[in-house]
Design a protein around this ligand. Sequence first.
Ligand code: KG4
Ligand code: ZN
Length: 348
Amino acid sequence: MSISILAIESSCDETSASVCVDGKIMSNYIANQTVHEKYGGVVPELASRAHMQNIVPVVDAALKTAGCDLSAIDAIAFTQAPGLIGSLLVGTQFAKSLSLALDKPLIAVHHMQAHVLANLIPADKPAFPFLCLTVSGGHTQIVLCESPGKLKVIGETIDDAAGEAFDKSAKLLGLPYPGGPLIDKYAANGNPDKYKFPEPQIPGLNFSFSGLKTSILYFLKNAGTSNVFKEEFLADEAMQKKFITENLEDICASIQNRIVSILLNKLKKAAQETGITNICLAGGVSANSGLRKTFTALGEKMHWKTFIPAFEYCTDNAAMIAITGYYKFLENNFTDLSISPSARAEWG
Ligand code: KG4
Ligand code: ZN
């Protein structure tokens, strides 16, 4: 018997639906919300409203692309946590209604676990156990995966996430939200060793990015001459702007270089401590070209087998919810209609 899963993702500002048959992704439809652009960040109320508008056409498109009728679906998987509560409510309620109407089982999926398990989508997938560095706009974690159902967080950020470090740095440079992809773009032509930003000394496998942000702030206020606090910063606003305009590519490359080194030094430590050599990336920030390149080079040097999901499975998408749902289906891990979403969810 083949197993068909319909999956729904609505944790933040992307409405997405996917169909997966026997662990193979047949469709992955994503509606991006452009309404937030002018506000410099996601506005929760607007996100919920846009999910309400998008969810029916997105699910229809995913079913159509997969050539699948609703009656052929064996279970409905949905993102239950974590995320914006209003956004999660839309996807959860939709999935529950479908489950009730079709009399098909319901599978609750943790968004961060799904980012990790996106690595199980391609045919060439990591063998267990593997380590995964998950880097997104809200999270930065090193996850030890022993099986699809046994995932443990062994390191995480104590303040900002890697995506926030990119976005907040970009904001200081006057770039629009989300600034991560723009830093990536400008960094491509810059010198990553031109400016030095400090690497935080955090014990164990945890990360910290808030010091980097402060250091960049002082660096810009001093027009690049220093990154320490001064009673009187060395540059006025016009000088700061001129310094940024004239050196944008080198500044972006140097910031990206430091964020990548913070991430990969901890990942290297985790691999050394666990002895695991199957190593994956996941999450929206794994779209960053500097991170991908340095990760692959480090893997070759360390004799790791490295894995990075395809771009469309790195940022928020329902295919990762579908693949996680598929493995939960195999484990008979279903939920009932009393389930409600949760903005936060501890695990590991
Ligand atoms: O996983 P994701 O799509 O959404 C969350 O669950 O947070 O990650 C979004 C984050 C944003 O902070 C965005 O700036 C960052 O991923 N991002 C990038 C790149 N593409 C997306 N950061 C750096 N370089 C990129 N190319
Ligand atoms: Zn995400």
